[in-house]
Design a protein around this ligand. Sequence first.
Ligand code: NAD
Length: 286
Amino acid sequence: MIINQVAVIGAGQMGSGIAQVAAQAGCQVRLYDAEAERITKALTGIEKQLASGIVKGKWTQEQAEQASVRIVAAGSLQEAAEGVDLVIEAIIESMPAKKTLLAQLDHLAQAHTILASNTSSLPVTELASVTSRPERVIGMHFMNPVPVMKLIEVIRGLRTSNDTYTSVAELAERMGKTALEVRDFPGFVSNRILMPMINEAVYTLYEGVASIEAIDGVMRLGMNHPMGPLALADLIGLDTCLAIMETLHDGFGDSKYRPCPLLRSYVHAGWLGRKSGRGFYTYEGG
Ligand code: NAD
């Protein structure tokens, strides 16, 4: 199937980026969020991104305008899901929340619709189990920031069909991304490797080994990482980091994945990183 009509559910930092790249790939996009003001904020953010791409010479004004008109706000989940070829959910990283949503989408979407999850770590086979179409459920793990990063980690659940995989991989290519296929294990490949490093950086801070700036500086200057792990955690969202560590801990039952208590405290304090204006660093204006 060639995917032309896409719904994106969840208009946070990932959902807005996904809506943008889908529109730039020529798809008609409907964007829905449980909180209406998130959609407005996302649409404004996408306009800014598209305008800055013109200035940087990444695309023309005409291309930006065409992409912009392809994205519309949906007033309800039903309006978003009706008649589309693909739904990509990018709501919070919570198994119960995603299962509830997928069960609703299974009910609302046409039989041919593929249901994709942008989950960072949750088992796709389990997400698919609440639907009547496990062969058309797949993980489409975009990287942050979506318009910049080239990878989509594509996760096949145990029952995901070849047709579903090929349709999604073809769309990834139209988006200018590289799809890499991985099996359905906790954290997949990306976060099984990345998140324990971030968690260890938080432990290093917690144990007073070095300051935030020094920990990030060691990894930037010593390992040539473009960002330090604590700055990256702030970019990802500390709530998302904690949820991923909990999935790794539960999924493997191995204490090496235990989330750092300091990470948990920050999340309880509402210090979620850039999106809340404070994490390990503070961000002027939120
Ligand atoms: P976010 O907090 O920025 O956005 C989540 C959005 O989902 C919010 O706008 C919220 O209002 C909305 N939402 C929550 N429940 C909903 C529901 N039931 N129906 C509709 N909307 C709902 O989070 P994010 O960083 O964009 O992450 C979203 C997903 O993407 C998570 O599964 C996360 O693990 C994954 N992801 C995140 C990153 C990252 O770096 N942040 C990278 C890859 C994947």
